[in-house]
Ligand binder design. Sequence first.
Ligand code: MGD
Ligand code: MGD
Ligand code: MO
Length: 772
Amino acid sequence: MSSKPKARIEPYTHPAAGWGALKYVAINLLKERVAGGNYRTLFRQNQPDGFDCPGCAWPDREHASTFEFCENGVKAVAAEATSKRVTPAFLARHTVEALMKQTDYELEQHGRLTDPVVYDPSSDTYRAIAWDEAFALIGSHLRALPDADRAAFYTSGRASNEAAFLYQLFARVYGTNNFPDCSNMCHEATSRGMPLTVGVGKGTVTLDDFEHADTILIFGQNPATNHPRMLGELRECARRGATLVSINPLRERGLERFTSPQHPMEMLTMSSTQICSVFVQPRIGGDYALIKGVAKRVVELDDEAVAAGRPRVLDTGFIAAHTTGFEAFAADLRAEPWGVIERESGVPREDIEGLALIYARGQRVICTWGMGLTQHKHSVQTIQMLTNLMMLRGNIGREGAGLCPVRGHSNVQGNRTVGIEEKPAAAFLDKLGEVFAFSPPRHHGYDVVETIAAMLAGKVKVFVGLGGNFAAATPDTPRTWDALRSCDLTVHIATKLNRSHLVHGKAALILPTLGRTEIDMQNGVAQGVTVEDSVAMVHVSYGMNRPASPNLMSETAIVARMARATLGDALVPWLWYAEDYARIRDKIAAVVDGFEDYNARIAHPGGFHLRVAAREREWHTPSGKAVFLVNPLSADTPIARARAQHGERLMTLMTTRSHDQYNTTVYALDDRYRGVFGQRRVVFINRDDLALLGFAAGDWVDMTTVWDDGIARRADGFLLVEYDIPRGCIGAYYPETNPLVPLDSVADLCNTPTSKSIPVLLHRTAAPRAAG
Ligand SMILES: Nc1nc2c(c(=O)[nH]1)N[C@H]1C(S)=C(S)[C@@H](COP(=O)(O)OP(=O)(O)OC[C@H]3O[C@@H](n4cnc5c(=O)[nH]c(N)nc54)[C@H](O)[C@@H]3O)O[C@H]1N2
Ligand SMILES: Nc1nc2c(c(=O)[nH]1)N[C@H]1C(S)=C(S)[C@@H](COP(=O)(O)OP(=O)(O)OC[C@H]3O[C@@H](n4cnc5c(=O)[nH]c(N)nc54)[C@H](O)[C@@H]3O)O[C@H]1N2
Ligand SMILES: [Mo]
């Protein structure tokens, strides 16, 4: 509290990537002290014979001839290849209480976990434990529970298909569908919303479609930071003359200009390519009304064309042959007043009409979206509105057009495909039960928010985390911590020390595992694992680095041993599966549609594409058609209610990622493209709101949430940064802001925490906080 906080705020004036990114790559390699031999790993990232980058889920070009350079991919790889170590000796020297005082950034800096450890309450430290003893402890806790639903099995989307499949089998044979997972907080609105309109919860495009698109609408995404390889694709589109539009309350610098590290001439001549030519800045959560406005205008344009005898604007052939519900949908659009659309979106009608014209002129349109659409109260409705907009002109299921949700974790999509799902389909359970000769539990399990609530109610007592950082990534931090601390046992399978290991149950284990970049030997044979990217390409990934410690186990091996220690081998020979991952893939092929000849097909460089029915205009909906859904705009939102109470002083907070973080992992304290250096506790705010609230840029504020459950929520000590952001909207980084997100502030129909729309008030800070 006493040291003066540091920060440098300086608008970024260069293109994204380019030399700036190269400089940071060098800094990261030095900082992590990546051992000489492991540098070469970086050049095998996303190559046909290398490993899949543990960074994001953006697809790779098959047979990529050049190294697909990505600054943030390098950070993710370097963070795993670091030579720093968290050993039992280190943990003996640091009590949990002392480690709790460190920031997430400091915890990350200690390096890789080397040995399994168990919490010792008498010394408040973690101490070494033999692997077998650790598994025995897990088995005895799980067997002692009166009911399998008292355990929850979390996954973060880095786990491979093999580890995830074995994990869900373990939990289901044990008897529960409690699979809270990171996608509950991420693209759940996509996965729940799309099936009701187009019959599938995945994107309908492949990378090749980007080569043919003439219009790309990018909703709520910051690819320069979160999916840097996507910029390479967008650059090609822009150079071909496609129209690229960013729809985002922030005008993200990284979507303006880009210097491609893949193109030496661009680097040498210090030139760059303009990416987006149009920027539409809705207010936070305004996309729902905005997209409805665009759809309304497209229908109006069609009405005008009919009246004037011009060619139709709607794809009437597609609508007639492939859809239901169009008439009711169009009637609802016609009835929606422009005034409501303008007010709810925060975008003037002429700009909405301009966007509609861009969309209607496009012969091949791709829509991409990220967390800017999925973490709101109306996120499911927003995504359905977007799929409906695309259906108006038949922009699904043809070359160069389609829906492209851009996933987060590198295998989050694959995890869901192989059964990480708390609401499993009956057909999946039938198949699983048939192949493994058991009766899987049928009732739905808990998602992330429900798991926390169940812990608070004393209904979940054992928590197992296959990766991730549950304590930091989830909402309502103090309550979530109470929830985790009420558990009898918490188990974390992890590569690095994080907050979740410190906010532990009465008994607690940290089990160190191999990262994806490391050689995974089983029975003397190097194992590959498979992952599915954002466009449903499944490919194999081989680690190349020496493991960070001889005492690490692969995730698959850990899962197999936990399962055996809990359930024995009678039904499933767990260790036999872990000896050769091809055996697991054979079972995935037997259970999950689309994986026929799995082992043979991954031998093909680049892997294979999982069939996405909607891409072929086959609609897996009850009617067999794509569905236009009428979704009413609602002015009665938590934000609106809070504003009615507090007037213009009420701010809507979005929580996003900075450039130097990977979710809860903080690599460094800069957010280069947004011009913030050396500080993460910042709030981006409009100049007029600064004036309205009586603050100036550079002032420090505390934030409190406006919610009606009587629980006080606050996050203290944030620096105000004047920014080009709509009035009434502010932005700050996650996870520092998670104490502000109420547990029951969730999206309709999918239970995703509304971490991009939190009603808050700002107050002058009493004492500024130290940097971090
Ligand atoms: N380097 C790096 N890469 C990552 C990650 C990381 O943390 N670091 N995380 C990974 C994961 S798990 C994910 S899910 C993805 C996340 O990648 P993104 O989806 O890009 O995630 P965010 O940074 O949370 O927010 C994205 C954008 O949403 C905008 N936004 C906020 N509210 C709204 C709104 O109401 N409407 C619109 N239109 N836009 C809005 C913000 O201004 C921001 O530009 O990235 C993955 N890749
Ligand atoms: N306020 C707010 N909250 C959010 C979001 C937001 O935008 N705003 N975004 C949400 C989103 S999109 C997501 S996806 C979640 C992310 O939630 P999580 O997936 O739970 O969080 P991560 O930070 O990605 O997890 C990082 C930890 O994973 C472990 N790890 C890394 N690599 C491996 C590996 O290969 N194997 C294993 N076993 N462990 C590994 C390391 O110990 C590391 O500390 O957060 C969500 N929470
Ligand atoms: Mo995510």
